[in-house]
Each structure stands twice: as structure tokens, then as C-alpha cells.
Design a protein around this ligand. Structure first.
Ligand SMILES: Cc1ncc(COP(=O)(O)O)c(C=O)c1O
Length: 389
């Protein structure tokens, strides 16, 4: 049997593949420290689980509107207005199973075959995968360590052509933890407005931020009407397995995206949407505690990595990843990923899992206990010492 041509262009997220290999090693009795997967290790706060259970028992077990329940869309729209200073209405919100479908739906609804899409590299691998999948041209903006892994806006300008339809930005960023400054965002907004380009602003880590202050590109004039804000519950409330996310965009686009949802998932599970209401409007202390704990872990891992000769690591301002430079170790990123996993039981990801410009780096997620992070650090140190023998 033959498969569709486009399947050759579909990429993946290697974190899941490394996780499978790590689990195989564990099944053989090996001990592995998991620093590969990007999800909080905390449980979803109890009040949120209780709200979902109550909804389940209360009959929220049926189909519901494709864009989501109006009252939950209103809660999201109010939250976006509060946190981004916007004036959105509930009609602009589409609730999706996880935030990821907002990427797919946005690209399907705004980009044609042959158009160009600018995206960060290294970056979340699904951007590049989906751009290629639909037959558009993926145009990488390199994120460089010397620029604190922020987009270089001067370089960005040179990448825009009459075919540029969409620009994807992500701040705080996966995999580098980089955060775009006010000035970066202002310049990006100017480029988008002058060239009539859509912006997909992936703000999933908007609350996982440390010394820096979160800012959205939507604060600038004429930007809200061309921007799709992607956010969700996965990272902020430790709800990755619930699959709850959303997009906020101009009303007409929201209607298109809701139609894409009708054509694919129909709608998001009814009772779990009720948990969104509780998560956003209920107490925020659990979520704040998680961020404080991530910051403590970040400091431990950054300090530990910088003590290892041959590795250097910038202190990221947001998200829960470090992106250490490993060029001095003399192995390609993918080889080093395998070396640490197979021989020392440390699961991390090659920087190249996030695009070609990730060569020379590894990504470690520090969504793991300080005890496990310290264990991983001493194993990495041993691995590096053995390399030099
Ligand atoms: C930058 C970025 N955007 C979006 C997502 C997807 O989030 P969700 O699990 O809600 O689909 C992730 C998940 O790792 C991410 O890192």
C-alpha cells in the first residue's frame, strides 16, 4: 500500500522517542534520570481535579460547542484581557485539546502551499514539521547563544519576503528558556504590521518566568488583529495529560478555527473544560509555588553544569529548560544525547531535536526534583571525565 506524499514531510517531537528508549532501559533494570520530557512533575492542584469530578458527576458528559462552552470562553477572554491588557470578547476564543492544535489550525487557516513562514530555530519542533507538512516554506530565524537565544530582529527583517504569510514567536522559549525583550517585541510588531504578516505568539510559558516580566506582542498597535495568542493549562497548572489549551484571535479567524475543530476533534471533553474555569478563577498559590520551585531547580542545574569542564550554560529567564553549550566536548549533540542515556542513565535531548541551529547544545528539562537533578549532574560529570580518558 502507498502512503500520501505529504507524510514524508511530517516531522515529530523526539522527546517522546527518547522517553520510549529510556523506559526500555528501565525495563531492563537500569536507573534513568528523566530530563527529556517537558512537563511539570507536580500533580494537578486538588481544587482543579475536584471541579472536573463535580462536572463529570453533574452531567457534563455530552458534545458541546466546537469552540468551547461560552462561559469558559468568557473566563479565558477575561483572563487574557487582564494579563495582556486587551479588549477581547469570548467569540475570539477557541478551546482545543491541548494548545498544540492551535499551531496546526492556525497554519491550516492562514498559510497556503508555497507561502513562507518564519519560525525560531532551535524551536518547538512541531512548527517546522507542520509548515513543511502543508507544503509551505519553513524559514528559520536562528536563535544564538550570544544574543541570549532571542531573535535577532535585524536578521529577521532580512528574512521577510512578499511570500511571508506568518511569523511564529515563542517567549519564554522552548528549548532555550530565552525571553524576548520589550524592544524585540516592538520591532517584531513593526515588521509584521508593515509587511501584513500574521503572528502566532506561543505564550504557553507566560507564567513560567523568573527575573524577567512577561510581555505579549499584542500590546503594540495593529497587532491584536493579526495575532493568534496560544496558551493553555498544561504548563501553568501541571495539566499536560488533560489536554486543554486555547487560542485567542480575531473573530473571523476564530470561526475558521472552530470549523477546523468541528472537522477534527468536534469539541473538547465537556467535564474537563469545567476544570479550566476553576484553574483560572480559583486560588493561584499552587501554581505560584511550582514556579518558585522551578526557579530553585534552575539555579541548581545551571550552577552544576557550569562547574563541569567543557560545558557552559546560560541562565534562562523562563520556561523549565536549560540549553547548555557542549561544543568543547567534541561530540555531536545527538551522539552526546545517546552517550549520556545509554552509559550514564541521563535522558536529555540533542539540541538538533529542535532544528539544525540546535547543533552544539543539549536540552535538559529541570521539571524534576533537586535530588534527581543533582544525581544527573554527578553522572554527567562522570561521563564528561570518561570522555577525556
Ligand atoms: C513551546 C510550546 N508550545 C506548545 C506546547 C504544547 O502544549 P500542550 O501540551 O498544551 O499541547 C509545548 C509543549 O511542550 C511547548 O513547549
Amino acid at each position: 500500500m502507498k502512503y500520501a506524499e505529504r507524510m514524508k514531510r511530517l516531522g515529530t517531537e523526539t522527546a517522546f522517542e527518547v522517553l520510549v528508549r529510556a523506559r526500555q532501559l528501565e525495563a531492563q533494570g537500569r536507573d534513568v534520570v528523566h530530563l527529556e520530557i517537558g512537563e511539570p512533575d507536580f500533580d494537578t492542584p486538588k481544587n482543579i481535579c475536584d471541579a472536573a469530578v463535580k462536572a463529570l458527576r453533574g452531567g457534563y458528559t455530552h458534545y458541546n460547542p466546537s469552540a468551547g462552552y461560552p462561559e469558559i470562553r468568557k473566563i479565558i477572554s477575561d483572563e487574557i484581557n487582564k494579563t495582556r491588557g486587551l479588549k477581547t470578547n469570548p467569540e475570539q476564543v477557541v478551546i482545543t485539546p491541548g494548545a498544540k492544535p492551535i499551531m496546526f489550525f492556525t497554519i491550516l487557516a492562514t498559510v497556503d502551499k508555497g507561502d513562507e513562514v518564519i519560525y525560531p530555530n532551535p524551536g518547538f519542533p512541531i512548527y517546522e514539521s507542520l509548515i513543511n507538512f502543508i507544503g509551505a516554506k519553513a524559514v528559520a530565524v536562528p536563535l544564538r547563544e550570544e544574543n541570549d537565544f532571542r531573535m535577532d530582529v535585524e536578521e529577521l527583517k532580512t528574512l521577510v519576503t512578499p511570500k511571508t504569510k506568518l511569523m511564529i514567536i515563542n517567549s519564554p522559549q522552548n528549548p532555550t528558556g530565552g525571553v524576548l525583550t520589550h524592544e524585540d517585541l516592538e520591532e517584531i510588531s513593526r515588521i509584521a504590521v508593515e509587511n501584513d504578516i500574521w503572528i502566532l505568539s506561543d505564550e504557553i510559558y507566560s507564567r513560567t518566568i523568573y527575573e524577567a516580566k512577561f510581555e505579549s506582542v499584542t500590546q503594540f498597535p495593529h497587532v491584536p488583529e493579526r495575532t493568534i495568542i496560544l496558551d493553555g493549562m498544561s504548563k501553568t497548572y501541571a495539566m499536560t495529560g488533560w489536554r486543554l489549551g486555547y487560542g485567542v484571535m480575531e473573530e473571523k479567524l476564530a470561526a475558521h478555527i472552530a470549523r477546523l475543530q468541528t472537522n477534527s476533534n468536534s469539541c473538547v471533553s465537556a467535564f474537563s473544560q469545567m476544570a479550566i474555569g476553576e484553574a483560572i478563577t480559583g486560588p493561584q498559590d499552587e501554581s505560584a509555588k511550582m514556579v518558585a520551585e522551578f526557579k530553585r531547580r534552575r539555579d541548581v542545574i545551571v550552577e552544576g553544569l557550569n562547574k563541569i569542564e567543557g560545558i557552559s550554560c546560560k541562565k534562562p529567564l523562563g520556561a523549565f529548560y536549560v540549553f547548555p553549550n557542549i561544543t568543547e566536548l567534541g561530540l555531536k549533540s545527538k551522539k552526546l544525547e545517546e552517550y549520556f542515556l545509554e552509559n550514564y542513565g541521563v535522558a536529555g535531548l540533542a539540541g538538533t531535536s529542535f532544528g539544525a541551529y540546535g547543533e552544539g547544545y543539549l536540552r535538559f528539562s529541570y521539571a524534576n526534583s533537586v535530588e534527581n537533578i543533582k544525581k544527573a549532574l554527578s553522572r554527567i560529570e562522570k561521563g564528561v571525565a570518561d570522555l577525556k580518558k
